[in-house]
Design a binder for this molecule. Sequence first.
Ligand code: GLU
Length: 460
Amino acid sequence: MSVVTRFAPSPTGYLHIGGLRTALFNYLYAKNKGGKFLLRIEDTDLQRNSQEATEAILKAFQWCEMSHDGEVVYQSQRFDLYKQYIQQLLDEGKAYYCYMSKEELDALREEQRANKLPPRYDNRYRDFKGTPPSGIEPVVRIKTPLEGVIAFEDGVKGRIEIAAKEVDDFIIARSDGSPTYNFVVAIDDALMGVTDVIRGDDHTTNTPKQIVVYEALGFKIPKFFHVPMILNPEGKKLSKRDGATDVMEYKAMGYLHEALLNFLVRLGWSYGDQEIFSMQEMIKLFSPNDLNKSASCYNQSKLDWLNNHYIRQMDNQALKAMLVDFGCKIELCSEKLEVLFEALKERNYTLVAFAKGVQEVLQTPSNYDEKMFSRLNPQVLLNVETFIKSLDSHLGVSEIEARSKAFMHEHNLKAGEFLQPLRLAILGKGGGIGMAEAIFAVGVEECLRRVNFLKKSFQS
Ligand code: GLU
């Protein structure tokens, strides 16, 4: 039987990286097996769900180039279907109307609490044959087994067992007729032919209830993999404070989706000590059977490192096109672009930083590093000017480099004495790419203009 997986987000907000990781695992497994990866939007909670959130999820999928098979399934469009199954269970005596009022339920809970018993429904309408009380819109409850265990083999956690008596006859339809969460998830997974459910382990406790539904309706139970959470470096639940959690915020911060997916696949899964995985490799190597039992830890510097790896791998023209989104329009011949980009690739982890690096080189500095500026004197400025004037525009990077060494030698200058003021003139500050690369990318003529500008600022 071919593998069918799914991602089933509730559209209550943006797609967070934990959700994207779940989606990725499902996607990879389906692709690995030549199966199908389906997308279902769990939008039954009309109060909390929004169209905007659904669109945000679809947008994040698009950005990550993770395509799903078939049409998106919306639970909100399937209420009639769920009603049929509720009716079926009622007709078969596997579910029943419960007329307990909210006050009665509260009183029962209170009594249980007073007796130090866990709060649970007492099955009072399970076999009710009398006349129902008037004025109460009943809920529908499903009959859960009274004894034995409800068990399943979790692909990550191993065998999970719960005593059947721990599971209440839970509500499958509210008094307004609307179906409840665990009921519709089980029906949809069954009808969509889902064979493998990979999801966050916050859902582990829902699974026994869903198994009750599968069994009541005679559906085949899928295989479950409950994946431990992503924790922050302090071992706590990941929150906004630990970095972005919205997938699209990573895009805005200049991360490449290849890096983000590579980062996420390693949170909870490994293949030896390999860190870099192309999408093809992930598809080839991933198996949910290798998922870790323990929680994984978010590591920002690892993500930065991976992002830098993928930036380095990018074709420079493609990179140039991407930088437009980060406010960077570059007009450079391809030779200069190559030099500038290769130099910037060495040291920039995000596209935002990369774009900033480009601007720093290509824009005439509008202000200067104060400390460096205060160290200037007429002689060092003259050195810088003489050097730039000695260059001509056809020189390549290595020739500029060689000329600069020769110049320092000839004038008996230490590197700092000469290169720091030069850097100040060209870039306005310390740090950044190599001087020879910067001069090559900026062009000798513009460099001279910048030197004159510094001179004027110094004199005024
Ligand atoms: N809709 C659920 C959520 O967003 C996921 C349900 C499932 O994967 O079974 O957490």
